[in-house]
Design a protein around this ligand. Sequence first.
Ligand code: PBG
Length: 334
Amino acid sequence: MRPIIAPYPAARPRRLRRTPGLRALVQENRLSVSDLIWPIFVRDGEGVAEPVPSMPGVDRLSVDLAVRAAHEAAELGIPVLALFPYTDPALKTETCEEAWNPDNLVNRATRAIKAAVPEVAVMLDVALDPYNALGHDGLVRDGIILNDETLEALERQALAHAEAGADILGPSDMMDGRIGVMRAALERSGMPDVALMAYSAKYASAFYGPFRDAVGASGALSGDKKTYQMNPGNSDEALRMIERDLAEGADMVMVKPGMPYLDICQRVKERFGAPTYAYQVSGEYAMIAGAAERGWIDGDGAMMESLLAFRRAGCDGILTYFAPRAARLLREAG
Ligand code: PBG
């Protein structure tokens, strides 16, 4: 479709920018609270909200306060909370058993949230890094990240999270074959309704730094994640990864990070038309929140503009640490 545009002065595009009402009338894309997924960090203890230094305004919350956040999400209309654990370093091993401990932090938090606020969906990441003494998403032997051995561990982790009541699993590990393994395990275990949001096009990115601080994985990580996460120079490869994950049974797909990869979001949505999400990651959050804190940028303005950009690129929703703040602004704007 090619819009017809008359030459000036018959066409004066500024006519439709003249008033707020006219601008709203012709606005093509909108952000709504139902597009938001709110990632939170969970830690041990009670009544504890511990600030994450590299993410101004974000705290690690004990389970009771995570439940309070879930009430807040419900009240604001945020449909999904994504939980990430800050695991006690003493529980991290090279075999990562804590990942499928039914009573690990995120499983406890999920049970508590689903009991108190069942209408808020809980999404849990499936990857070994928060539990791995070596900081990697997969099992490591002699410095090599093992694919097929990792799949067995991820299957256990996925089932433990589903049994704890997770509505959505987010495999973020980038091992080959994981979506098919998890989908089959869920079917076999009588949990066919658990949705998979595949971190399909996940790039090896410098923008994850603050997250690794938040979950306590920075110190542990030996080397980088380039043998499993994607090369930022690639675009066609992202389409192949999305296609593969959809074929293996993913219900939703994700591009990550977000803002530096809007071109990928757009190609993915155009090509597959599947439910497509972007993760506005910790480093993106830190850039906006950090600059705003110093008075260098209009924080709310930059936040809303960045979130709208995902909708314009075709995303159905966004994982963002700004979720509660954006939800409040959307409500005020009516
Ligand atoms: C773990 C995982 C990461 C993020 C989500 N799940 C970090 C990583 O891959 O190192 C990053 C989220 C963020 O930066 O906000 N597999």
